[in-house]
Design a protein around this ligand. Structure first.
Ligand code: ZN
Length: 150
């Protein structure tokens, strides 16, 4: 378990230092802003959705390592997914971070997203990790309003 934890930490550090899919794309048809006032994380999320498939997704923003890594790994995971699959991922991610440690039976199915499983031990950081996902939900619901972590 310690090895796994170290691997997860390395992934988070790597994605926070060199975020993937960073920048504003030339074409996008869904956009939302996210803000986590507790930590000061800010995020702009841009998606190109065609026929219910997420063809491209990028983000801009500034925030802590967890929020940046979460947005980076999320955007990687979303490319090529249908809107339904994206909604399922949102639910799984949200459950993983808000449930007790004992009921994380799905973590193995989550690929790189599982690196955030340990974050649920740190309630203040959960909002950092879920910010990108709340912003995603707003973007897909067509909202231009700012997603705030509750
Ligand atoms: Zn943060």
């Amino acid at each position: 378990m310690t090895d796994l934890r170290e691997l997860y930490q390395e992934l988070i550090v790597d994605h926070s230092k060199r975020p993937r899919n960073f920048g504003k794309p030339a074409n996008f048809n869904c956009h939302a802003k996210g803000f986590n006032p507790l930590c000061g994380d800010k995020l702009d999320l841009f998606l190109q959705v065609e026929k219910d498939v997420i063809c491209d997704v990028k983000f801009e923003g500034s925030g802590c390592a967890i929020s940046t890594a979460s947005a980076s790994i999320m955007t990687d995971a979303l490319k090529g997914q249908t809107l339904e699959e994206a909604t399922e991922l949102f639910q799984m991610f949200h459950n993983m971070l808000t449930r007790s440690r004992d009921s994380q039976e799905n973590v193995a199915d989550m690929g790189k997203l599982a690196v955030f499983a340990g974050v649920n031990e740190f309630p203040a950081r959960v909002k950092c990790a879920t910010l990108a996902w709340h912003t995603l939900r707003n973007a897909l619901n067509g909202g231009e309003k700012i997603a705030k972590t509750e």
